[in-house]
Every structure is written in C-alpha cells, then in structure tokens.
Design a protein around this ligand. Structure first.
Ligand code: HEM
Length: 161
C-alpha cells in the first residue's frame, strides 16, 4: 500500500487513494500511515462484504426462480432484492461490542470492558422472539440529529419467548 500511496502523491488520478492522499482540511493532510490504515480498512469493509453479499443474493434468486423472474421483469425491484437479501441472508453474521458498564442480561452479567459477539442473523427472528416488546417505563424515545436522525437511546422491555 505504501508504494502505491507514494506513487499517487506524484501522479494523482481520479481514484480514491489519490483523493485521500491529496485531501486537506485546514491545511492538514493525513500521514502515510493514516492513509494506509484507512484504505486497508475500506478494502476489507467494502470488497469482501459486497462480494459475499452478491453471492448470497444470487443464491436466493436461483433458489426462488419466481423471484428472479419478478426482478428480471421489473428492474425497479433490484434495490429491494439487495435489501431483502441483506435482511434475510446477511454476509456479515457477527459484530462485536464492548460493555461500557456491568450489564445483566439473561441471568448473566456482562462486565464492563468485556466483549460481546452479537449474531446479526438472529435479528431476523425479532418479531417472533419478543412478543411483548414495549417502551421501557413508558419512555417514548426522542429522535435527535439534523443530518442523521434517530433516538440516541432506546430502552425497551420484553420477555424472550
Ligand atoms: C453488502 C455489502 C456490505 C455489507 C454486508 C457491510 C456490512 C457492514 C456491517 C455489518 C458493519 C457494522 C460493523 C460493526 O458495527 O461492528 C459495517 C460497517 C462499515 N462498513 Fe460496511 N458493509 C458493506 C459494504 C461496505 C462498503 C462498500 C464500504 C465502503 C467502501 C463499507 C464500509 C464500512 C465502514 C467504513 C464501516 C464502519 C462504520 C463505523 O462504524 O464507523 N461497507 N459494514
């Protein structure tokens, strides 16, 4: 990556690395190591995920020829086909989060600083696994933000079914 970054410094093109190398905020540019880390991260985050997710989409479309026929006939369904495969058959099954404070969950305590691995695919059961989901303590979360907008905290209660 470093030789490529050096090359793009001297001969910038229309590519993303050239744009990152020459990007400037308040007269400051990213260091070569910062650029290397960022581009390496984007490569992994953007390429393997897309590659695997497209394979998943084709797997489902070929398994369900009537769905493939529907998308072929009405091209406006393409974004929905991608979105539905992301929901139904995600390429990334796990994400990790670190507890910021001791948290009791399902009769176990996750200690502050411990890492929890979350299974995203299980989220497809949401509707079935939480019959009685409700706002916690009658609190209705408020949406916040002007650019991206959502509740910053969303406490709920439910009994796992
Ligand atoms: C279908 C394709 C993709 C899938 C399934 C996917 C999946 C994910 C998932 C599950 C996360 C959350 C990780 C976490 O919070 O622990 C994530 C974050 C991220 N993805 Fe993707 N991704 C895809 C495409 C891309 C592409 C094309 C790019 C960029 C070129 C990208 C860049 C990122 C970045 C920068 C983050 C981190 C965001 C942050 O927390 O700051 N992803 N992606």
């Amino acid at each position: 990556m470093l030789p490529l970054i050096a090359e793009r410094k001297d001969n910038p093109g229309e590519d993303l690395i050239s744009k990152i190398v020459h990007a400037e905020i308040d007269g400051e540019r990213l260091s070569d190591i910062e650029i290397k880390s960022f581009v390496s991260f984007l490569l992994v985050a953007g390429s393997e995920t897309t590659d695997l997710q497209m394979a998943n989409m084709w797997l489902r479309l070929l398994e369900h020829p009537e769905q493939l026929a529907a998308v072929r006939q009405d091209r406006s369904l393409i974004p929905a086909a991608f979105a539905e495969t992301l929901r139904h058959t995600p390429a990334v099954l796990m994400i990790m989060r670190q507890a910021s404070e001791d948290t009791d969950f399902h009769n176990k305590t996750v200690r502050a600083g411990e890492t929890v691995t979350l299974l995203l695919a299980a989220a497809n059961q949401l509707l079935d696994s939480m019959d009685d989901i409700a706002f916690a303590d009658g609190i209705t979360p408020k949406q916040e933000g002007n650019f991206v907008r959502a509740p910053r905290s969303f406490p709920v209660t439910f009994r796992p079914t």
